[in-house]
Design a protein around this ligand. Structure first.
Ligand SMILES: Cc1ncc(COP(=O)(O)O)c(C=O)c1O
Length: 448
């Protein structure tokens, strides 16, 4: 056995994988380096990262400005406890104030999206007490810990429920998913009943403190709601005295075009949580941003949350560097041009492949949904198949694409096209031409 295979085996034998049965992770690909939109294995084979890893490497790999900022901070002050101030903390605040939606200017720092949401829930439940219920949606993922997974609508919650690691007080609303409308209605004649139903839920449930949304749903389908949805949701929240929380962990950081996905509808949340792209994934970060009004409540109230690594200087040093890189990149106009190209190329793929039922998304954030029949929209696999142990059709597509040098993240019903924002049109074309070939696997099994 060659050495890297042995090293990969050592990893798989001794480390728990994430969200998987151990037997499904026996021979992980051994990666040695990454640069730009590519990462490389031990044989120097390049893989085009068409999903930015877990939709987090928004600035691509090997960004010198971010790496240098982390190195400089490591030399100067790699760690100081959360109780102290330091320049890295001050600079991160300054940079965030510049990019956050107006009015969201108080921050809690952690090290993941899950923790950012955990903090948000504690804060909002203290602030809104005695109201405590939260409305989330079925097509959602909000994190792995008890609170995050309880907010989650996708099948990962089912397993956490078996582990008795969920919390009460969370109810689920219908998704604004027009391709598979849960209310069996059709836009625009539907009256956006999916959002009107949230008004009904708030009034019928009682004790609702917040509505928690991924503004553009990430892992669970890149769902972009109709234009009326978020302005109406904001009004419903205001009329009922309920907070609106935007989980921008995946949809934030220019992934959908503007800095925040909710900016697409000019809607502001009361709390915004984020992670992933805020350092371009170079160091693990979570941010919970609130209004001053919420922060003022905690002048006397104990905010019952914290970590040894809250405001870790290495993490905070990466934030201003990443924000500067996003600004420079968007000023070139490249992401804006390439996002239109991605949209066009994916729709062309849909014309050529009967297995594609839907192409949807915005910016650099797209889902290609694979179906058995375009006419009936019958899927190859359902939610229950995700962790059932077999290979889904999108698993087959993703693993064949990987063998051909294209990395795509996949879910049970679609695969993700969410490349780093630095990708060029030529690199998009390279990936699309390989997918063009790979998709024949599913075309052959389409029912005619
Ligand atoms: C929308 C959303 N929220 C929260 C999380 C959890 O973030 P993390 O994996 O950093 O804990 C994720 C992760 O994919 C996510 O997509």
């Amino acid at each position: 056995m060659i050495e890297s295979e042995e090293r990969a085996r050592l990893v798989a034998d001794h480390i728990y994988g994430t969200w998987r049965a151990r037997k499904g992770w026996k021979k992980p690909l051994f990666i040695t380096s990454a640069k730009g939109v590519y990462f490389y294995d031990d044989k120097d084979k390049p893989y085009l990262d068409f999903s930015s890893q877990l939709m987090c490497s928004n600035l691509g790999h090997g960004n010198k400005a971010i790496i240098n900022a982390i190195i400089a901070q490591a030399r100067k002050l790699p760690y100081i406890g959360p109780g102290f101030a330091c320049e890295a903390k001050a600079s991160a605040v300054e940079a965030l104030l510049d990019v956050m939606p107006e009015g969201l200017n108080r921050f809690f720092f952690s090290t993941s999206g899950t923790e950012a949401n955990e903090a948000a829930v504690k804060m909002l439940r203290q602030y809104m007490a005695p109201k405590y219920k939260i409305i989330s949606r079925y097509r959602s993922y909000h994190g792995a810990t008890a609170v995050g997974v309880s907010l989650t609508g996708d099948p990962r919650r089912w397993y956490a429920e078996r582990a008795r690691c969920t919390v009460p007080g969370i109810v689920f609303a219908p998704d604004p998913h027009c391709y598979r409308c849960p209310l069996k209605l059709e836009y625009p004649n539907c009256g956006i009943q999916c959002v009107e139903y949230i008004d009904y839920m708030i009034k019928e449930e009682g004790n609702v403190a917040a509505v928690f949304v991924e503004p553009v749903v990430g892992t669970n389908g890149k769902i972009v709601p109709p234009p009326e949805y978020y302005p109406r949701l904001r009004t419903i929240c205001d009329e009922n005295g309920v907070l609106l929380v935007a989980d921008e962990v995946m949809s934030g950081w220019y992934r959908t075009g503007p800095a925040w996905a909710l900016d697409n509808w000019a809607v502001k949340p009361d709390i915004l949580t984020t992670a992933k792209g805020c350092t371009g994934a170079y160091v693990p970060t979570g941010i919970t941003a609130t209004t001053k009004e919420i922060a003022d409540f905690f002048e006397d109230e104990i905010m019952c949350h914290g970590h040894t690594y809250s405001m870790h200087p290495l993490v905070l040093a990466a934030i201003p560097a990443a924000i500067e890189e996003y600004k420079k990149l968007t000023a070139t106009g490249l992401p804006q041009r390439v996002s239109k190209h991605i949209e066009k190329r994916l729709h062309e793929l849909m014309h050529r492949h009967v297995c594609i039922g839907d192409v949807r998304g915005i910016g650099h954030f797209w889902a290609v949904e694979i179906v058995k029949s375009r006419k009936t929209r019958e899927p190859f696999n359902t939610k229950a198949d995700k962790f059932a142990g077999g290979q889904t059709m999108t698993d087959k597509i993703a693993s064949e694409a990987l063998a051909c040098g294209i990395y795509i993240h996949n879910w049970y019903d679609h695969f993700t096209v969410a490349p780093p924002l630095i990708i060029t049109k030529e690199e998009v074309d390279q990936a699309v031409s390989i997918l063009d070939d790979v998709l024949k696997i599913a075309d052959r099994e389409v029912e005619h």
